[in-house]
Design a protein around this ligand. Structure first.
Ligand SMILES: Cc1cc2nc3c(=O)[nH]c(=O)nc-3n(C[C@H](O)[C@H](O)[C@H](O)COP(=O)(O)O)c2cc1C
Length: 398
């Protein structure tokens, strides 16, 4: 295990700290109220291992569709697999049909494949919302309620807490989050995560932490988890202070910095130490991530194709030249990865603020494409029922 040692941490005394109590998810007490957000293409077993080694919390798989799961699609079974030492196994399911969602949750429970299930209602991708899926779905109260009902009732049979992850709504004129959270609570959901953006906002602009505070106030009797734009332990503390959430959910902020979970644990235990890795430690982590991906995919080539997208995140703000960056971004083998990493100036220390701040997906707001007539009523029409079936066939996160 090559996690960073305390010598790479800073212990500045002016770093804000805040002690947050453990998070209760059903019968489980999560000592560190921090959740690695499900991210398709990122939060596989390899990346979760790196993150888990730094801190406590909940580490959610990539999203899997209910249909692919019940069909035991090979890739889906790989996605929901956990390392033997993952003692709190958390998976995320996405589905648009209550019967299939029920079957998927039942399969997970019957086969003891998870300790926690999250349902995804936040995907803003046009090809999904255009058919009424993803972030468009909570608008249809009847369908949303029946999916929640199906999932929570099956999960309850195994005493597995079921949580809901969602956005604020479709756009500012079609907000659904408070009503959706109430439905989730009334059907026994263990918690709700709110990503403080509408579908229309995609990943643009700033997440609306006021909406998260509003939800916290509206639903005092269920844990609320805040998500959106936490890029440091200090951001996490600020979100808790501003919104009163019971836990924080971290997506893009940990891309290329799994040690953020160490910072978060320290912050929520009231400690000021933070990981501040130099080039050598980052290079070692990149190599290890590559090794773990090769193992996860049981295919070194596939692992290398996957590690390439992480390179820019790992070296954000570090003085690594363009030429070597582009060679790393095309790395063909573990051997070559090691060679290239050895060419870096390994003795350089942490670059400071250049390595901090936003990272990952951003972009501009996008009109949410919806089925014709979708917004005119809150109930599903027969036509929409047929159409939405296709909203599960072609989705990859969000
Ligand atoms: C590459 C990527 C993949 C994502 N995949 C999923 C997913 O599978 N399920 C989900 O609920 N959210 C997904 N999301 C959304 C994140 O979980 C999170 O809600 C969002 O990034 C906002 O949090 P952040 O500001 O901490 O990144 C994804 C985000 C990114 C950047």
């Amino acid at each position: 295990m090559t996690i960073l040692s305390p010598t790479q941490t800073s212990t500045s005394t002016d770093v804000p700290t805040l002690e947050l109590p453990p998070l209760q998810l059903g019968k489980h007490t999560i000592e560190t109220p921090v959740i690695l957000a499900p991210m398709a293409g990122i939060t596989n077993r390899a990346f979760r291992r790196l993150c888990r080694e730094y801190g406590g919390g909940v580490y959610v798989t990539e999203m899997v569709t209910a249909r692919a799961l019940v069909e035991r699609n090979t890739e889906s079974m790989r996605i929901i697999s956990h390392d033997a030492d993952e003692d709190f196994r958390s998976i995320q399911i996405y589905g648009v049909d209550p019967i299939t969602v029920r079957a998927a949750v039942r399969m997970v429970i019957d086969e003891n494949r998870a300790d926690h299930i999250d349902l995804n209602f936040g995907c803003p991708v046009p090809k999904v919302t255009r058919k009424g899926g993803g972030a468009a779905l909570p608008w249809k109260t009847d369908l949303f309620t029946s999916i929640i009902e199906a999932a929570t009732s099956e999960a309850a049979k195994g005493e597995v807490p079921l949580t809901i992850k969602m956005r604020k709504g479709i756009d500012d004129d079609h907000l659904t989050y408070i009503e959706s959270a109430k439905i989730a609570r009334d059907h026994g959901a263990a918690a709700v995560t709110l990503h403080g953006r509408t579908s229309r906002q995609y990943y643009a602009g700033k997440a609306d932490w006021e909406a998260i505070a509003t939800l916290r106030e509206a639903i005092p009797d269920m844990p609320i988890l805040g998500n959106g734009d936490i890029f440091s332990a200090e951001d996490a503390i600020e979100m808790v202070e501003q919104t009163g959430v019971d836990g924080v959910v971290i997506g893009r902020g940990c891309q290329g910095r799994p040690w953020l979970f160490g910072d978060l644990q320290a912050a929520f235990e009231g400690r000021a130490d933070r990981f501040r890795p130099g080039v050598r430690e980052v290079a070692d982590t990149v190599y290890r991530h590559g090794e773990l991906l090769a193992e996860f995919f049981e295919d070194e080539g596939k692992g290398m194709r996957d590690i390439r997208k992480h390179i820019a995140w790992y070296f954000k703000g570090y003085p690594v030249g363009g030429d070597i960056r582009s060679q790393l971004a095309q790395v063909p083998s573990l051997e070559r990865l090691r060679e290239l990493l050895n060419e870096l100036d390994l003795d350089l220390g942490y670059p400071g603020t250049a390595a901090e701040g936003t990272r990952g997906r951003a972009g501009t707001p996008k009109k949410t494409h919806l089925p014709d007539g979708w917004l005119s009523t809150r109930e599903m029409s027969d036509e929409h029922r047929v159409m939405i079936k296709a909203a599960e066939l072609d989705i990859s996160g969000g």
